[in-house]
Design a protein around this ligand. Structure first.
Ligand SMILES: *Cc1c(COP(=O)(O)O)cnc(C)c1O
Length: 342
């Protein structure tokens, strides 16, 4: 397996960045790290195709808009212990590592991922003390960074320790690894995910072009082993902001036994403005998809309210108050009345 692409000269040598752009891109990659793993590089056909745009540095990232934020979803606003974000009563996020298998150019944690590394044992002990003292937390979500860059042994040890708390309904891992580095989904990794508490995997993928043969096989291995899979997608201008493109992705995931869970509106990360659509554009796409796809393959379109106020569905409205009840809009855009009990 060739090495991941992490520098401008290597991107130029791979034919993914134009040599004439290197000087302009140097400050961008100095601020926001680059890493394109080999399996993902192999599915990039051209630098400006839907996969290339997500992971190759662009001079557009030097444009910072006034509304953009260093911590767009307010992770740091709800951090009882370093490395743990506890915003909802019943679930908390554990940032096991700040490393990823790929650095996405639109990442909402782009200010923190890349260099801080993995939690120390002392930091992890403090987090486990908080979890043990807070039984209201019923689910721990491992994210970061990408927890699946850790070894199967290390990740398995954390999962076992979480299960041993005895208070969790589920453990969830949000990851890009099965899609961008499918060779990491080994038998040992799958064994690490299987224990007395169910581990749900939420796979981040934004375009069907990412789902090459190896990625599909890795997803198949996970589902065959009984690991339940969901997906999350970020709505990205120039990548997947058309109903046909998202339909192809959600159909592929549905076939692969992955339930589309969330479509995230692109967060206000610094230097990611070229990826952001309007919310109205996202709602129009969702309305279109509702008429094309089974509800089982449709994710919920959500906004993470800037400042750490939580995620809310922002789907197009199908209901408005009407005489004696409601006016309901069908997938073709016609309205009908619905009468509530008196
Ligand atoms: C997104 C998020 C969660 C998980 O939300 P779900 O709706 O359960 O997927 C939990 N905590 C924080 C801080 C989050 O940002």
């Amino acid at each position: 397996m060739p090495a991941p692409l992490t520098t401008l000269p290597r991107l130029v040598a791979a034919g993914l960045t134009d040599a004439s752009e290197v000087a302009a891109l140097a400050p961008v990659v100095a601020e926001f790290r680059v890493l394109v793993p080999p399996a993902l590089a192999s599915v990039i056909g051209a630098p400006d195709d839907p996969v290339g745009r997500q992971v190759l540095p662009s001079v557009n990232e030097a444009v910072i808009r006034p509304e953009e934020l260093a911590d767009p979803i307010g992770d740091r606003a709800h951090e009882p212990v370093p490395g743990l974000t506890h915003r909802y009563p019943d679930r908390a996020i554990l940032h096991l590592t700040q490393t990823c298998a790929v650095y996405c150019r639109f990442c909402f944690r782009r200010e923190t991922v890349g260099d801080a590394g993995t939690l120390s044992d002392t930091a992890l002990d403090a987090i486990f003390a908080h979890l043990a003292a807070t039984p209201a937390i019923r689910e721990v979500i491992l994210t970061g960074g990408d927890p699946m860059v850790l070894s199967a042994r290390r990740l398995g040890a954390v999962i076992d320790r979480l299960a041993a708390l005895g208070t969790l309904d589920a453990i969830r891992i949000h990851t890009r690894v099965p899609v961008v580095a499918p060779e990491r989904i080994t038998a040992a990794m799958i064994r690490a995910l299987k224990g007395p508490v169910t581990v749900w995997l939420v796979v981040h993928t934004n375009h069907v072009q990412e789902l090459g043969a190896e990625a599909r096989a890795a997803l198949g291995r996970l589902v065959d082993a009984g690991v339940p899979l969901l997906s999350q997608t970020v709505l990205l201008r120039g990548v997947n902001d058309r109903a046909e493109v998202l339909e192809a992705l959600f159909r592929a995931l549905y076939r692969l036994r992955v339930k589309p869970y969330y479509l995230h509106h692109c967060d206000l990360a610094r230097g990611a403005g070229h990826f952001r659509t309007s919310i109205a554009a996202g709602q129009a796409i969702m309305a279109d998809l509702r008429g094309r796809l089974t509800g089982a393959a449709l994710p919920t379109y959500v906004l993470d309210i800037p400042g750490g106020h939580g995620k809310v569905p922002i789907a197009p409205g199908y209901l408005e108050p009407g005489p004696g009840g409601w006016l309901v809009t069908d997938p073709q855009g016609r309205t009908h009345t619905y009468t509530d009990p008196a």
